[in-house]
Design a protein around this ligand. Structure first.
Ligand SMILES: Cc1cc2nc3c(=O)[nH]c(=O)nc-3n(C[C@H](O)[C@H](O)[C@H](O)COP(=O)(O)OP(=O)(O)OC[C@H]3O[C@@H](n4cnc5c(N)ncnc54)[C@H](O)[C@@H]3O)c2cc1C
Length: 288
């Protein structure tokens, strides 16, 4: 075990020990140690360490764990390994073809340098309420696969995001993959966000998918982000949009955002309506 044991303030992060896990099981076992945290792409975690917003005693580097870096299409589903980088996913033909919502959202995640290192598993596990990918997973009615001390389990996206940066993962769980239905020829997707600058976290965003049913939409799913502690489905608006009435869908929006550093609740509510109109147009006019 290597230890950064400088107790002075000459380094940005507080001292921590560092271990490299080779298997998921080893990572799970190491998570049993006091104050341990997984390190994936480091694009969120290292920033919080450097600002001393967190000071874990042990960092468990999972970048060398085998089997977490692939994307597969099987049984009508797309499964993306936790260690797939955002940039890799952007270049994946499978994702472009069968996960068009994710493909549309990815360019909005930070900047290219962040996407080169950041992982899809890290984005989902970190569960930032203004992040794009958790909302996509919710809109896709996807699921998360996790391994913990009792073995593997699957958690539905709707049960996974539980609060501000809070998920259904236990303290010894490793998120190993995300999974969701592969797009078919009837799938329609929509994505839009408003951010101060491209690459910033969104003030408000919307990830959506639906099924084209003749000239109508069915199975409409709208997942907003930046409007609450978790990504949120706007179910009344979904029903109105399935009825083909965009004005009614906007009127039915029942989001309850809070003021934050980016915007007031009133501004966010207004912007959510603007985004809904944009995304409704995408769903109605574009094929995935
Ligand atoms: C300037 C800047 C701008 C950014 N803008 C955006 C943005 O617009 N949208 C956005 O979504 N993100 C943004 N990010 C965050 C970026 O997307 C991160 O890469 C991502 O949130 C975390 O992925 P990571 O692999 O880097 O995880 P890490 O930083 O390594 O880890 C993040 C957290 O998740 C945990 N974790 C990681 N992997 C796993 C796993 N497999 N199982 C269980 N727990 C795990 C870690 O323990 C840690 O608590 C930005 C970051 C920066 C620095």
């Amino acid at each position: 075990m290597r230890k950064n044991n400088r107790e002075d303030d000459s380094l940005k992060p507080a001292p921590f020990a560092y271990r490299r896990a080779r298997t998921t099981e080893e990572a799970v076992a190491l998570l049993g140690e006091k104050d341990a945290r997984l390190l994936a792409g480091g694009q969120s975690l290292i920033a919080t360490l450097n600002m001393r917003l967190s000071s874990p005693a042990l960092l468990i580097d999972i970048n060398g764990v085998g089997g977490l870096g692939g994307t597969v299409h099987k049984n009508g589903k797309i499964e993306i390994g936790a260690l797939v980088r955002h940039a890799q996913a952007e270049r994946s033909e499978l994702i472009v073809k069968y996960a068009p919502l994710i493909a549309r959202a990815l360019p909005h995640v930070g900047h290219a340098a962040i996407r080169n290192r950041g992982t899809l598993g890290g984005s989902i596990a970190f569960a930032d309420p203004a992040a794009e990918l958790p909302a996509c997973l919710l809109a896709l009615e996807g699921e998360v696969e996790a391994t913990g001390p009792s073995g593997k389990r699957t958690i539905r996206a709707q049960d996974f995001f539980q609060g501000l940066f809070e998920t259904a993962l236990g303290s010894q769980d490793v998120l190993t993959a995300i999974r969701f239905p592969a797009a078919t020829k009837d799938t329609r997707v929509g994505f839009a966000e408003l951010a101060r600058r491209h690459g910033d976290y969104a003030i408000v965003g919307l990830a959506a998918c639906a099924r084209a049913d003749g000239k109508r939409l069915s199975d409409v799913r709208l997942a907003f982000f930046g409007v609450g502690a978790t990504p949120v489905r706007a179910r009344r608006a979904e029903a109105a949009l399935a009825g083909g009435d965009v004005d009614a869908a906007v009127a039915a929006l029942d989001l309850v955002p809070q003021d934050d550093v980016q915007a007031t609740a009133k501004v966010k509510t207004h912007l959510a309506g603007v985004l809904l109109r944009r995304v409704a147009k995408q769903l109605m006019e574009e094929r995935a």
